[in-house]
Design a protein around this ligand. Structure first.
Ligand code: SF4
Length: 560
């Protein structure tokens, strides 16, 4: 990653993610993508009139996008005059707010302070740990609360309601959140609500009250819609409330969603998971698969275009297992094409795909529709069929490699990234070597790699033959070094090529910009243009590292 200090945060982007998963080995700048999406209660938009400021750690500074910036314009050799697009509203950063509803009175509740003068009633602070699903859940939670007149604030010190939306897929994330909760042991103020949301809430349930008695709200993702009522019960005098039902057929749709990322909008198309991998808590914490009707998805995408978005990321734990519950019975590949055809939409991404349900029709859709991004995240987890069987992944090494061959044989070059776990119970040295040899064949453009960690309520918890931590670390180090070399080689081959980049960041260093290509690579480039944020720019690659590319905008990317 370019060492330039991006205005989005004080740290190089690749560090952002590791904060939450210290044993995770990022080897691809998709980490930035996750960071930017990081529901890092971040601060980029604000709600409607009088909308609150952002909360939590600011992942995207995003300074520079001015009201009136015309977004989604391709710039080639000359900045086209901005047909000024009136932003829906602006926040203190001068950014267009992104919120899927209008007319919400933000001032209704945010009127009074407690005697300390710090905590304002009707205010909430929301911080997120976890994957894009968590990030997007937080956007929806914020939307639900904003719609009820709450105001989002940037510090827990000034909030009446403090919420942590947490992942529990890694043990470290759970440790982190309990450490964070511990900060309130002696500092929680009278009447303040401290709540835990998300997978950890669903997994630990009322035990969270035992470990942190000052917590008063525990709520899983299936109950987010009820959050205002749950909070109202606490404000009315109840000391503890839970919302932990999972027996719902509903997906978490809301009329209003606060959008933290001004460039890429998340759209959930399927929730839950029926796959039951033996190491995974998701089926327990998020319940069975429920798909949204295709018409509802398409309507949300049209609204996003109206808000100025040109890129969407379709989300689901197993996004390609999508099954349209409506009479249209759209296949996932048909939905991808339909979303791409919404007028104004320029990029459609999707994540995460399950290998079992990854068919030729998805590759054909990518080949046929240029707006569907040429990037597929296809987690393999292990290269050994024996380990895959123990993981209950429902495919063999050979079947997975058939998918890779299909992708590599596509008429359009498709970038492939993956997830890998080392040190699963019973993984032999030979199994591990099979993972390394699969990586050689697959030639991934990026990989997230993890040491296995046992999680509650999962079958693998009871498996024998645990791998010692030192051995897991050794294997992870070997795997990451090899993947790094592969990325160095693959990225070096791109030098000289031209990519279209959606510009998402501006460095403090003069003339330095960054953005993502359709294949989801980070490209840091130079351009003398005054304003490029939110624009599509043609960039020639002049150099490459393991995690990102560098280049220069063609014809300056838009001139002055
Ligand atoms: S496919 Fe497996 S790893 Fe992915 S969410 Fe479902 S159970 Fe978890």
């Amino acid at each position: 990653m370019n060492a330039a200090r991006w205005e989005r945060c004080g740290n190089p982007p690749e560090k952002g993610r590791v904060v939450d998963c210290e044993d995770m080995g990022n080897s691809f700048d998709i980490s930035l993508e996750r960071l930017t999406g990081l529901g890092v209660p971040g601060g980029t938009g604000s709600a409607g009139a009088g909308g609150g400021v952002s909360s939590g750690r600011l992942a995207l500074g995003l300074a520079g996008l001015k009201p009136g910036t015309h977004r989604g314009e391709t710039l080639e050799g000359g900045l086209r005059p901005c047909a000024a697009e009136e932003p829906k509203s602006t926040d203190p950063w001068g950014l267009p707010s992104k919120i899927g509803a209008s007319g919400v009175n933000q001032s209704a509740r945010a009127t009074s302070t407690d005697p300390s003068g710090l905590r304002v009633k009707g205010t909430f602070y929301l911080e997120t740990f976890g994957c894009q699903m968590n990030d997007h859940d937080s956007e929806k939670v914020a939307g639900v609360l904003l719609a009820r007149g709450y105001r989002q604030v940037e510090s827990p010190d000034t909030a009446a309601v403090i919420l942590y939306n947490t992942c529990s897929i890694r043990e470290k994330a759970a440790q982190k959140i309990f450490s964070r909760l511990g900060e309130y042991r002696f500092t929680k103020k009278e009447g303040q609500v401290i709540g835990v949301l998300g997978c950890l809430a669903q997994q630990e349930g009322e035990e969270i009250f035992e470990r942190a008695p000052w917590v008063s709200l525990v709520c899983g993702s299936a109950s987010y819609r009820k959050l205002p009522e749950l909070i109202a019960q606490l404000e009315a005098g109840n000391s503890r409330i839970t919302g932990l039902d999972t027996d719902t057929d509903e997906t978490f749709e809301t009329e209003m969603t606060r959008r933290n990322n001004p460039w890429r909008a998340y759209v959930t198309i399927i929730e839950g998971c029926d796959k039951a991998c033996s190491y995974c808590v998701v089926p327990f914490t998020r319940g069975p698969e429920r798909s949204r009707a295709s018409a509802s998805v398409l309507e949300e995408v049209r609204q996003l275009v109206d808000l100025g978005y040109t890129e969407v990321l379709l989300l689901g734990q197993t996004v390609n297992s999508y099954a349209d519950p409506s009479a249209r019975r759209m296949r996932f590949s048909e939905l991808l094409a339909a979303v791409a055809e919404v007028p104004g939409m320029r990029r459609v991404r999707f994540m995460t795909s399950h290998p079992r349900d990854f068919g030729k029709d998805i590759v054909e859709a990518i080949e046929a529709v240029s707006a569907i991004c040429d990037h597929v995240h296809l987690p393999v987890q292990s290269g050994s069929t024996a380990v895959l069987r123990a993981m209950a992944r429902t495919y063999t090494r050979e079947e997975y490699l058939e998918r890779i061959a299909m992708l590599r044989g596509a008429k359009r070059r498709i970038s492939i990234t993956t997830d890998l776990i080392v040190g699963f119970p019973g993984e032999t040295e030979r199994d591990f070597e099979e993972t390394l040899s699969l990586m050689e064949v697959a030639q991934y453009d990026g990989a997230f790699s993890f040491k296995y960690s046992p999680r509650p309520n999962t079958p693998s918890l009871k498996m024998e033959d645990a791998i010692p931590e030192e051995e897991k670390s050794r294997r992870l180090g070997i795997l990451q070094a090899r993947q790094r070399d592969i990325q160095v080689e693959r990225n070096a081959r791109l030098v000289g090529e031209v990519f279209e980049v959606l510009v998402e960041g501006k460095s403090r260093r003069e003339n330095q910009w960054m953005g993502h290509t359709s294949c989801n690579r980070v490209l840091n480039f130079t351009s003398p243009a005054k304003e490029l944020l939110g624009h599509y720019v043609q960039v020639r690659v002049t150099g490459a590292g393991p995690h990102s590319l560098v280049g220069e905008a063609i014809h300056g990317g838009g001139g002055q």
